[in-house]
Design a protein around this ligand. Structure first.
Ligand SMILES: [Zn+2]
Length: 302
């Protein structure tokens, strides 16, 4: 952690017992594992430091989890968690009176949120102005949440499906569930995650027990490697490249393998994990209003 946190911790240690540490003192304690006292005024930067303090191995030297917009030194008024800081989510945040968006995915349409290539673009300029005129801070929480143990995003989707009890820390990608048909899993997933339609390879009557769950877009090589490793009945993923994993599954089935595939959609597959972040934050930042605003699926089905 930064020397800044050490400075704060040391400073607070020196101040311990003094009137500076009464409720409402500026500068919340950032001791690892300890919640920030309720009612303590803190900056958004201090909230970020408190969150990161509970992530194993953090802070990371290389990460996309950086502040994308706004000044984090301002006092924290409230937090909104979401998958994507869309214009609509930003507007909802402003209505809530919150000033800190924790988003899982990029804000500016590319993995590293590089913006030099977007300067002068109307869509980008609108969003930038919307954020800046209301002093909204956007921070990405992707690498850190996936690095928490158990992975916060994975546990979100497993809990939504009622499969969290089957989580195995030794093989987190796969759950073994009581026998269930693919059709029943489709119905459960639609209900649990509010999904309208999803892509599938397989037969609805296929019986499944060993299920690999990879929310988000982990990439063809990773998806196929996990299929090779576990030989599951079913792979559930968020997003794939249509020229990679789905073609592998098609050939595997032609060759007699029983593997099925469900593609939930990227946003809907990880949304439960960002919603699950709300109680996680409540435990660490008591007194801070935290709300989840679902960015939802950009697509409709015709
Ligand atoms: Zn993710």
């Amino acid at each position: 952690m930064s020397s800044r946190r050490d400075f704060l911790t040391n400073t607070l240690a020196v101040l311990a017992g003094s009137s500076f540490l009464t409720s409402g003192a500026r500068g919340a304690t950032l001791v690892k594992g300890q919640p920030v006292p309720a009612g303590a005024e803190m900056t958004i930067r201090q909230a970020i430091d408190r969150i990161v303090a509970d992530i194993p191995g953090a802070p990371f030297a290389e990460t996309v989890d950086t502040v994308k917009s706004g000044n984090p030194e301002q006092p924290l008024k409230g937090i909104v968690t979401t998958m994507f800081a869309t214009d609509e989510v930003i507007t909802g945040t402003i209505r809530q009176g919150a000033n800190f968006i924790i988003a899982h995915e990029p804000t500016f349409y590319n993995h590293a949120d590089e913006t030099d290539w977007l300067v002068g673009d109307k869509v980008y300029d609108y969003k930038k102005a919307l954020l800046e005129s209301h002093g909204i801070v956007v921070w990405r929480f992707h690498d850190y949440w996936h690095s928490f143990r158990p992975d916060g995003i994975l546990m979100g989707v497993l809990t939504a499906m009622g499969w969290d009890k089957y989580y195995n820390a030794g093989a987190p990608e796969i759950v073994t569930v009581p026998e269930i048909t693919l059709g029943e899993i489709v119905a459960m997933a639609k209900k649990a995650m509010g999904i309208d339609k999803m892509k599938m390879i397989g037969d609805l009557s296929a019986k499944c027990q060993r299920i690999v769950v990879l929310p988000g877009a982990s990439g063809g090589r990773r998806q196929i490697s996990v299929l090779r490793k576990y030989q599951p009945d079913l792979l559930i993923c968020g997003e794939l490249n249509e020229w990679e994993t789905s073609e592998y599954v098609r050939d595997a089935r032609y060759q007699g393998q029983k593997v099925s595939l469900l593609v939930l959609g990227h946003a809907v597959s990880e949304e439960p994990g960002m919603e699950a972040l709300v109680p996680w934050l409540n435990a660490r930042l008591p007194g801070v209003p935290v709300k989840h605003i679902a960015s939802g699926d950009a697509f409709s089905w015709v």
